[in-house]
Every structure is written in C-alpha cells, then in structure tokens.
Design a protein around this ligand. Structure first.
Ligand SMILES: C[S@@+](CC[C@H](N)C(=O)[O-])C[C@H]1O[C@@H](n2cnc3c(N)ncnc32)[C@H](O)[C@@H]1O
Length: 343
C-alpha cells in the first residue's frame, strides 16, 4: 500500500525530517520517495498496519498538509481509461468531491475535476457529487505527466495549528513558539505514546501541549511561578490531563523517573529573561542537569539562536548533534533546531 503526502514548502528540510522522525517513532516502514518539494510518496507500507500507520501520521505531522491513500498511478493520456477501470464503490459510499492539485504542470484543474467526477459517476451507481461536506474526498495529484488517483481517509487537524497560536490561549507571554514548530520539535524527539517528555524551560507550555496531544506524559518546569501556573492553565484548556508542572530552577530539578526525551527552548536574553547569565553557561549547565533526568540514549531537541555556536559546548560536554535545521524567523533571528544525543 502507498500513501501520497502533500507537504509544506515553507522549509527545505523540516517536512521530510519530521516525516522520517514520526516513521521512526511509530515503527512505520516504507520507502520514502520525494518526487518534488511538497510531494512525497511512501511506498510499500505493510497492509496489516496500514490504517494505523496512516492515522498516526495524520495525528502527528505538522509540516504536512494532506496524507492520501494512493489508489492508482496513471498518465494524463490514460487518465479516462484508468478512472473508468477503478471500482469506486470501494472508496465512495454516498457522495464525493474530486479536487485536483498540480505540481510542475499547467493543466486546467477545474476542467479535470469536472471530467474525472463525470467518469466516476458514469461507472458507479447510487452516488452523487457533493462539493462541501462530502463523505469521500478524491484527491488527484498531477505531477508533470503522471497522475496520482487518491482517496483521503484521515484528515490532518490543520485548524489546531491556527486555533492554538500562543495569543489564543488563556495564558499568554511573549516568546512562545508557534504550535507548528513546537509539534515538529516534539516529533523530532521520536517520542512514542505513553513515554515521558520533559521541558525544563516550559514557559507557557507550548512543547508540553503538542506532546500531550500526541499521547505523551509530561513534566514541565520553569523558574517563574507565573509560567508554572500559566502552562498548567493552557494544558487544562486543551484537555490534557497527564502532566505535572513545577516551579524550579532547572539546576535543582531531580526527576522521580528519568524522561524518555527532552524538548526545550531555553532562555536566550532577547524576549525571555536569563537572569543575566550568558546563554553559553545556561546551555552547559542544562546539559549537566540532564544527568539522572534523561534516560540513556534519550534524544534532546533544542532550539537556540543562530549567534550561539553550540558545537564546542556539545563536544566539551560529550554530546553529539545528530540533526541540525536553520529556520529564519525574521531579519535578525534565525532559530537553530538541533537533535542531540549523549555519546
Ligand atoms: C524561551 S522561554 C520558553 C518558551 C516556551 N517554549 C513557551 O512555549 O512558552 C524560556 C523560559 O525559561 C525560563 N527560565 C529562565 N531561567 C530559568 C531557570 N534557571 N530555570 C528554569 N527556567 C528558567 C523562563 O522563565 C522562560 O519561561
């Protein structure tokens, strides 16, 4: 079985990196074939676990817009014949809509939607077209001369990333990260459902919310009372229950059980307070504080500003950077997202 993914093109590497990380975390085996930026095929997924894998991808991914089950691959020339040969009653119960998206092609998408819809109606009894709110969404992707005929079984919750922006939560404080990037960082940690995530600089709880929504257990701590209480308020607001938050300096934190992963955005002096301590020292002390608080081989996903070179700190403290991504936030700030492990 194959899936076709329409991915975000806002970053060159993150959509694919996030996909690979979620596949690792969810034990999804497939051949990843990026056809062009924004369009990726997952080939040869296991039939028995297909639905579960498909669902988990849609539950977790942030930098992917749509995930579709591939029904058939054809060409523009053979399109009519291919559509007429498919038993659409397998994919459409009562009503459907066809939507065409093109990559590296200048076909008239509206004309193709109408034609394909017509061919489907011709060979399938008792179904209707319903443009809004249909129960089957037939997605057709035209990439150059190749046509992918797909059906969408599970939708990604793109609305969540809009609706839960930091200023729309009950507790707001400047410096919070977008839910989309926070989710991506959580995914890069390869956390699994039921595992424990620690954010020792939890602020308004952005990382905790995203990890909680995919089924992780959570510990968040912050030196500031307002953040400790505010992050709890934000977690309650989205209905997350399996969490603990503490008011504590990260240097004093002693976890009852070590976390499986740490995902965090430490303070670095622009919009969040560092108490006058340099970010380099904070990072060194942060790495020291993981001893006993993070499981052996547990991954750390860290956001840092571009003007701090974390390489010497990692070398000195015996950590290795496995992945590194640069995200331009605005003219004077590029965020670096690193996936790190203790050697
Ligand atoms: C960049 S913010 C984290 C933002 C967070 N990701 C969010 O979604 O709101 C850094 C946080 O570190 C906290 N902090 C600063 N020094 C600390 C320390 N020594 N121990 C624990 N937390 C500290 C600050 O209060 C601030 O909330």
């Amino acid at each position: 079985m194959n899936l076709l993914l329409i991915q975000s093109q806002e970053h060159e590497k993150l959509p694919l990196a996030e996909l690979k990380a979620v596949m690792d975390a969810e034990n999804i085996e497939a051949n990843i074939n990026q056809l062009t930026p924004g369009l990726t095929l997952l080939e040869n997924l296991d039939l028995e676990t297909f639905n579960h894998s498909y669902k988990r991808l849609t539950d977790r991914l942030a930098y992917t817009h749509e995930v579709h089950q591939l029904i058939e691959t054809t060409t523009l020339e053979n399109l009519e014949k291919s559509v007429l040969n498919i038993d659409w009653s397998e994919f459409i119960k009562n009503n459907f809509v066809v939507r065409v998206k093109r990559f590296n092609s200048d076909i008239d998408t509206v004309k193709y939607e109408r034609n394909i819809g017509g061919y489907i109606l011709d060979n399938t009894p008792n179904i209707k077209v319903k443009l809004v709110g249909s129960d089957s969404y037939i997605r057709v992707v035209v990439f150059e001369d190749t046509v992918f005929l797909c059906v969408e079984k599970y939708k990604l919750n793109k609305k969540h990333f809009e609706d839960s922006k930091p200023h729309k939560r009950p507790f707001f404080h400047p410096g919070g990260m977008s839910p989309k990037l926070a989710r991506c960082m959580v995914n890069l940690s390869r956390i699994k459902e039921g595992e424990l995530l620690l954010d020792p600089f939890c602020g308004t709880g952005g990382m905790l919310i995203e990890a909680g929504l995919i089924g992780a257990k959570l510990v968040g701590s912050d030196i500031n009372w307002k953040m400790k209480n505010g992050s709890a308020l934000n977690l309650d607001f989205v209905g997350i229950k399996d969490y603990k938050t503490y008011k504590i300096d990260f240097k004093q934190l002693k976890m009852l059980e070590p976390a499986d992963v740490v995902v965090t955005d430490p303070p670095y002096g622009i919009s969040t307070t560092t108490g006058g301590v340099s970010t380099t020292i904070i990072l060194e002390e942060f790495l020291d504080s993981l001893e006993g608080n993070l499981k052996k081989d547990g991954l750390i996903v860290l956001a840092t500003p571009h003007y701090i070179d974390i390489n010497p700190i990692m070398n000195e403290k015996g950590f290795k950077i496995l992945e590194h991504y640069e995200i331009k936030m605005h003219r004077s700030l590029t965020r670096i997202i690193s996936v790190i492990i203790k050697i």
